[in-house]
Ligand binder design. Structure first.
Ligand code: GTP
Ligand code: MG
Length: 236
């Protein structure tokens, strides 16, 4: 891979055990295969565990806060662990070594949890409760609801570190949490389609981007109005 030092086994194509091992018997081959790939599987498993731990925290908060209020603050939770392809592409893009240690030190969005709330105030209430937990360490907070991106993108982003408990002991893992309303999520998925649309002529792309920006404004106003209606319902 151009411009990178590859020192780590299975993340490097040149060490692919499927190639150049014709002289190995199947047991030797599997031994080699496990030596190369188990560390990668284990790392992805660690991220999966981190995702599960964070999801559980949000599910518990949703249940507990719904007892106090009249509604479930969380509409849905969607999680993913970045694919190995995306991990390697991102390391390459950032000119970082293609190594496991490099992933764990530098990429903070391998584990991703998206929390969709009905109302904007629920986002802040859930975030506050989540961050107040002793084993959740806030690394970075980006509030694109208060300060939307020029595209119109709105969401609250939290990069946190949380511990997972493995057979080898405790391990701290980065997790990226994106919190948004249903309306923000609807907008983001549509904008994502435009972002990854290839072969669009520049004029059309610009026109659609402007329309989307206007949609984001409208959508934010709708979120505000809905919140006010809900508050009035609660007050009566
Ligand atoms: P990445 O390198 O892409 O992770 O970006 P970053 O580290 O600068 O973080 P940022 O907070 O800008 O974005 C993180 C993630 O938020 C992205 O991977 C997207 O999932 C989402 N995101 C950020 N900006 C936009 C946007 O304008 N549109 C959409 N649809 N999603 C966005
Ligand atoms: Mg990202």
């Amino acid at each position: 891979m151009a411009g990178n030092n590859k020192t780590n086994s299975a993340l490097s194509a040149s060490n692919d055990p499927l190639q150049g091992n014709d002289n190995l018997n199947i047991d030797q081959y599997l031994e080699q295969f496990h030596a190369d790939f188990d560390p990668v599987y284990n790392m992805l498993m660690d991220y999966q565990c981190a995702v599960m731990a964070v999801e559980t925290k949000f599910n518990i908060l949703n249940n507990r806060l719904s007892i106090q209020g009249e509604h479930n603050p969380i509409e849905s939770i969607h999680s993913r662990v970045k694919s190995l392809d995306s991990i390697i592409r991102k390391l390459e893009k950032l000119h970082l070594p293609i190594e496991l240690e490099s992933v764990e030190e530098n990429l903070k969005d391998v584990a991703g949890v998206r929390v969709i709330c009905s109302f904007v105030d629920d986002i802040y209430k859930i975030a506050e409760n989540f961050l107040a937990q002793e084993d959740v360490t806030l690394i970075k907070r980006k509030d694109y609801i208060k300060d939307p991106k020029p595209s119109g993108y709105r969401s609250l982003h939290l990069i946190v570190k949380i511990p997972i408990y493995t057979e080898n002991g405790k391990k701290d893992m980065y997790v990226e949490v994106q919190m948004r309303t249903i309306a923000m999520d609807f907008w983001a998925s549509l904008e994502h389609k435009l972002r990854y649309k290839k072969n669009l002529n520049p004029e059309t792309a610009e026109k659609l981007a402007k329309e989307l920006e206007a949609c984001a404004e409208e959508s934010a106003k709708l979120d505000e109005k809905m919140l006010r209606v809900r508050e009035q319902i609660a007050a009566n």
